[in-house]
Design a protein. Structure first.
Lengths: 193, 193
DNA sequence: GAATGATTATACCGACCGTTACACTTTGGG
DNA sequence: CCCAAAGTGTAACGGTCGGTATAATCATTC
């Protein structure tokens, strides 16, 4: 009982919401699989939707911390590759059903704007983190490059439930390696005269 | 009444399933918004899950036909670009909530294997179509290139509900243009020999 | 040992879920 | 004009949904 009931609920909720879906997971099953009575759940979180927000925030914060950690412990100019590699590790080990945030936005865009907004905020944090890795490697802000890396990672994410992790991951590094770097002031001068 | 009730049900089901979610859309609302009584729905489709399969098949067949049409009416070496452009048109006009197949797989992977399997089959058909466009442009099979194009398109797909169509589409063409072509026999000889 | 806050047990609410049965009415084609 | 097919209206089935109320029990700490 030392690990608080609150944590047990969050663990079970994350597992069920992620693997079975948000709408498809009922409060009764959630509580019983967490070894908790329904009232405990409502005492802690107030509503199913609030629990969903807590799960999203917790899981994605862990994910982002893990990516940040990978970028922090890498050689010079290896930030992007390290981030991509850690992302692929998640796809292999912990994200085998796709991205929980994308799924949440999909299920709640027309039902609970707060959940959808939280999802968008979490993705904005991922984009910002990618931007930091890009700046770590190239020494400059490159919004286009960050957005393109995000698009490739989201593509891999989406393909995991379709063709499996191995297939989805196969081309990530090659694709990222071929993103053209930002034009600098002198190449612009060369091009535009 | 010329447009059969069956079509009305399919239209309404596609709209509701896509915009509000599969589990979140009930039979009652579905029937009433289609201007049909519940029994008509069951007479035509037998069950909600069968209706879902019919909706997926119909919508995605239209999508694939549209892409195929774009590839068919393009100049030489413009097949990939034409396919990508048509895909982006869907993202702008008809796919503003993401890909219905990805959503279906996400909601039914652990509830109805038949629906998930159908989703995977539809995505395989998309990959095959991309392969045809690649062969149209380059004159050879290039599985890697096809898979990479698919990954980019899925990335754009996933980002539409997050940051909007314009943001999601912005980098598609540039990203695809920078995919390295397959190594031919003589470059392989140069590299390995 | 009393008090306090967390957890449990149980019962309940109205609403909706997907599905079926059956009898009735409408419609179009031969 | 008649008949079969398609669609309608109504009622019901057991089950689950998210959420609430209330009172009993437990562990901890002062």
């Amino acid at each position: 009982m030392r690990p608080s009931k609150r944590e047990a609920v969050l663990d079970t909720a994350e597992h069920l919401f992620y693997n079975e879906g948000f709408h498809a997971t009922g409060i009764d099953r959630l509580a019983s699989e967490a070894g908790v009575v329904r009232m405990t759940l409502y005492n802690h979180f107030g509503s199913k939707d609030a629990l969903i927000e807590a799960v999203l925030e917790r899981r994605y914060a862990r994910f982002l911390d893990d990516l940040r950690d990978a970028v922090a412990h890498c050689g010079p100019e290896g930030g992007i590759a390290a981030l991509a590699e850690r992302h692929c590790s998640w796809l292999r080990e912990r994200s085998t059903h796709g991205c929980i945030v994308i799924k949440a936005i999909g299920e709640f865009e027309s039902h609970n704007p707060a959940i959808a907004a939280l999802g968008r905020q979490l993705k904005r944090r991922l984009l910002a983190l990618i931007g930091e890795a890009v700046e770590h490697d190239t020494g400059m802000h490159d919004t286009d490059m960050s957005e393109q890396i995000l698009m490739i990672l989201e593509g891999a994410n989406a393909l995991v439930p379709v063709f499996g992790s191995d297939h989805a991951i196969r081309h990530v590094h090659a694709l990222i390696a071929h993103i053209p770097p930002a034009k600098t002031w002198w190449t612009l001068e060369h091009t535009c005269g």
